[in-house]
Design a protein around this ligand. Sequence first.
Ligand code: IMO
Ligand code: MG
Length: 419
Amino acid sequence: MKKGYVDVVLGLQWGDEGKGRIVHYLSRKYSLIVRFQGGANAGHTVYVRGKKNVLHLLPTGILHNNTKVAIAPGVALDPEVLAREIEFLEQEGIEVKGRYFIDLRTPIVFPFHKKEDGLFEQEGGVGSTKRGIAPCYRDVYARFAVRAGDILDKRHFENALNRQIDFNNMLLEHFNEPKLNKDEIFAWFEKYKWTFEDALGDVSLMLKDEIEKGGAVLMEGAQGTLLDIFYGTYPYVTSSHTIAGGVLSSAGLGPFHVRRVYGVFKSYLTRVGKGPFPTELDDDIGETLRRVGNEYGATTGRKRRVGWLDLPLLRYAIWINGVTHPVMTKLDVLDGFKEVKAAISYNLDGKIYETLSPTTYFLEKATPLYETFGNFYGIKAAKTRDEFSDGVKRYLNKIEDYIGLKIYKISKGKEDRLI
Ligand code: IMO
Ligand code: MG
């Protein structure tokens, strides 16, 4: 019997690594593509024949008409965003109904979650996307969440939503906000439940079927390793498990089915929102990187913070995820740079660190030490790695030496062939 397998695509930085682009490139090979964590905070941009598509909730695999897609319980599901996404795709002529599945256990993001997210941001916050992500996961862990499959039992659902509203009212009272109107919330839910009621299923059992019949499954990560709730730069993180370990618990899968872990990283580094960023560039070089790389958020339109690649952080991310196939994106953005730098270690109180725990306090105190690489040209025109200029070759070799893996593919354009 031919056994199927699961591959994973995830981000190795602070999100926006170009995961959507890589999933799209790989997606032909898979019969099922699954989002396993995060919610509408993600913005996965894919160009198909010159046209830009941005997906927030559905896996980007939906853009291929013959792939099934699924949303696993680790996702925070906003049915209002899902409704807009389905309508958008159908207008584009992409068949959606019958091709997407949503796990029974997936927690619902309500409008009051988004409101609370905004209120916490006003009080300081982390620079969130205000998509209700942290409040939704908070309710899950407090055991007050409504989950998609709750609609299968009317009485159970009504009790659950009433309890969740009561719980959230306590918080809103703290912010001196008016009490939630239960009827309005029930009506909102009624309005959008069509988005999942015909799509409900058990994603873990779907994986079982798919693997048993020899299928190939791709797990599409959102956000990035340094935004992981446990292993990222806490508290400046998102609230889900963005790392490879998250695939297993969030989608209901044993470890032995995973074949490859594609780790996606940009040739430089960006971050949106607050939190430490030691290699950040506040100067003209940073401005150029932002402009050339079009580093503006796909979800919120915010200016992304930009900086040089950070090799100690990259090596950490490679380890945490057990990456087998590193993929570099946006190398073309560095075309024409006379000098490119990469952090190769950190200095804290005279001690040099190459391996480190990227806690917020360490990254705030330590100083990155750089290596400089000269003359980056001919990147866009190159058809193979041999055609890169010496500076680029030295940069790639340094990265590979540092992470101990060969870079599997390099992307250098929106729709170019990866090399
Ligand atoms: P993709 O999938 C970049 C960041 C936010 C904020 C922090 C917490 O496109 O790579 P949240 O709304 O999740 O509570 O915000 O995480 N963030 C992202 N940054 N890309 C993303 O997704 C992100 N999703 C969340 O900017 O700093
Ligand atoms: Mg993004």
